[in-house]
Design a protein. Structure first.
Length: 80
């Protein structure tokens, strides 16, 4: 489970057993979890985060989209 970023208590990571899905990132904080697709920066799943927290997470994903996407493709050996 490679952790890519840790910002404001949000942990950004992906699971090593999900290479057949489109590029995405999981985000956890305080027992809450979300999943965002990286190409379109769309919310795929949310368990527990408030709308305000999701807005903050989306902004962080947008800000670090290139780094997150590069980490995904680098880890799984896939091309953009």
């Amino acid at each position: 489970m490679p952790k890519i970023l840790d910002i404001n208590g949000f942990k950004f990571y992906f699971f090593s057993h999900e290479p057949n899905e489109p590029a995405h990132i999981h985000v956890d904080k305080a027992g809450n979890t979300a999943k965002f697709w990286l190409n379109s920066i769309d919310l795929a799943r949310n368990i527990g985060f408030t709308a305000k927290e999701l807005k903050e997470i989306r902004l962080l994903v947008e800000t670090h989209q290139e780094k997150l996407t590069e980490a995904w493709h680098g880890y799984f050996g896939t091309k953009r």
